[in-house]
Ligand binder design. Sequence first.
Ligand code: SF4
Length: 202
Amino acid sequence: MFVGDGSRALERAGEEVLECRWCDLWRSGTRAVFGSEAPNAELMLVGEAPSEADLRTGEPFSGPSGELLDEWIEALGLSRERVWLTNVVKHRPAVEEKGREKNRPPRASESKACRVWLDIELEQVAPRLILALGGSAGKSLIGKDFRITQHRGVALPGPSGVPVVATFHPAYLLRLRSPELEAAQQAVQADLGLVRDLLARR
Ligand code: SF4
């Protein structure tokens, strides 16, 4: 899987993150999930945290939200093999509710602790453009005042000046029903159009 520029450093980070203890999320006893796939991708997509399905596969964006994200990537004229997919935190934050573990957003302290891994990915992949998926990614990449409803759909300066476009997280759309779903789908299509335009610029 790991070929091209920066691939060794990313491969090493992907092994070392499995032993990370920099925040309490490792105590869940579940594995860390590092980014993948193209180490020299022009576009990096950053989500919130690994899902339950990701813990089984060891790959980010497995399961239903990954399937929807694949459609979005395809709409950009790309494929998983041509982008770098990752999350703000590499261990899954969860809460127990009625005897079941549910995803929860990472705390600011957890995002901050895990930033070192995201920074390695940003440095090694060196994308031209970042697509932030959801509020946690927007806050991590754009700033703590980021609000998805206010700041999605425009290119804002991100880490090292790399432009960041924010849109909704695919898992959010999977929870919506009509008419909110259609409105969110339209917003995502507009955001993907902007990403496509920005990538087409040289
Ligand atoms: S979430 Fe990130 S910082 Fe926290 S233990 Fe896992 S890899 Fe380390």
